[in-house]
Design a protein around this ligand. Structure first.
Ligand code: ACO
Length: 326
């Protein structure tokens, strides 16, 4: 007799944004930029910024509590915590360990995954695989960032893009399909097109904040993002023997409205089947997909039984997708 396959299923979502908002008009006062340029090129109107002393694990905690409440799962039931982040509180302990202690989930596996903006999808894939092999049953997956901590506020080409926030899901073992497949890729040869410029091993300069800032060749990133996201959509559909029309909803990484529209067009989807939060959140890296998912679940846009495609693209380059039955 063959064993019943084990799937992982999303049983709860949550998100959290820091209180402070910086609008495009606020940025006009400190940079040679304007609201119209930012809206037309990116779709962004505002972004949330973590308060002084407010860390990635603080945002992660708030999002995690909401996801666990929605799932009806308590901290002592968790088998694993995976945090996708590129802006950890500290080099170590990992943000996942700090979150674990705060939740009171001590003893379970806890780790961070750094895949830049694809961090949540990478984390979801790690969790899904642990559940499918039967070694974990309840996993908290978080995407959390305080990216504005490394924004160079004098650089208009990047300062207008990024924001802070956190999103989370609880994944549980299930006999019914939930996560149908995940697909992860990376191309390290593009490292120079999108990079955080300093690190412990690479070394710091004497500049302010240790010389750490985000540098991006935006135009080239844009082209690779559109190309690779188009390819991963085909790969995901093919792996599941599905047609574009089988997807009910798209939850894309929120970097740029033009990239989102291009992916939706490729899928033949109307924009009312696409979750868009980039106008109010900016690019929150790993946090963007789980925050957008949570918003769409709580607003009732995404309903149980729907087939949903999550996708992301980020520094590395990394990119990934997850096809999910909600
Ligand atoms: N305000 C006004 N003008 C600006 C600004 C600004 N904030 N920023 C740039 N410009 C100017 C440039 O200097 C340039 O001027 P020039 O023609 O005189 O040289 C002009 O606008 C056009 O610049 P481009 O870079 O060609 O503009 P583009 O249309 O490509 O838009 C953008 C830039 C928004 C960054 C876009 O390329 C993009 O979204 N790229 C992808 C970003 C992304 O997906 N990142 C991945 C995830 S991030 C992560 O992993 C951390």
């Amino acid at each position: 007799m063959s064993e019943t396959p084990v799937y992982s299923r999303i049983t709860g979502t949550g998100s959290h944004l820091p209180e402070k908002i910086i609008t495009n008009a606020d940025l006009e006062k400190i940079l040679d930029t304007d609201d119209q340029w930012i809206r037309e090129r990116t779709g962004i109107q505002q972004r949330h910024i973590a308060a002084e002393g407010e860390t990635t694990s603080d945002l992660a905690y708030e999002a995690a509590v909401k996801a666990m409440q929605a799932a009806g799962v308590s901290a002592d039931e968790l088998d694993m915590i995976v945090v996708g982040t590129t802006t950890p509180d500290l080099v170590f302990p990992s943000t996942a360990c700090l979150l674990q202690a705060r939740l009171g989930a001590n003893g379970c596996t806890a780790m961070d995954v750094n895949a830049a903006c694809s961090g949540f999808i990478y984390g979801l894939s790690v969790a899904d695989n642990f559940i499918r092999t039967g070694s974990k049953k309840k996993v908290l997956v978080v995407g959390a960032e305080t990216l504005t901590r490394m924004v160079d506020w004098n650089d208009r080409t990047t300062a207008v893009l990024f924001g802070d926030g956190a999103g989370a899901v609880v994944l549980e073992a299930s006999e019914a399909p939930g996560v149908l497949s995940t697909h992860l890729h990376a191309a390290g040869e593009y490292a120079d097109l999108l990079t955080a410029t300093a690190g412990v091993s690479k070394g710091f300069t004497a500049e302010e904040r240790g010389g750490l800032k985000i540098e991006m060749k935006g135009n080239e990133v844009f082209k690779v993002a559109v190309r690779t996201l188009g390819r991963i959509v085909d790969e995901t559909l093919e792996a599941n023997g599905m047609e574009k029309s089988d997807i009910d909803f798209l939850v894309p990484h929120q970097a740029n409205l033009r990239i989102i529209s291009a992916t939706a067009k490729k899928l033949g989807m109307d924009m009312d089947q696409v979750v868009v939060t980039v106008h109010k959140h900016g690019n929150t890296s790993s946090a963007s997909v789980p925050m957008a998912l949570d918003e769409a679940v709580r607003s009732g846009q995404i309903k149980p039984g729907m087939t949903v495609l999550l996708e992301a693209f980020g520094g590395g380059f990394t990119w990934g997708s997850a096809l999910i039955k909600m």
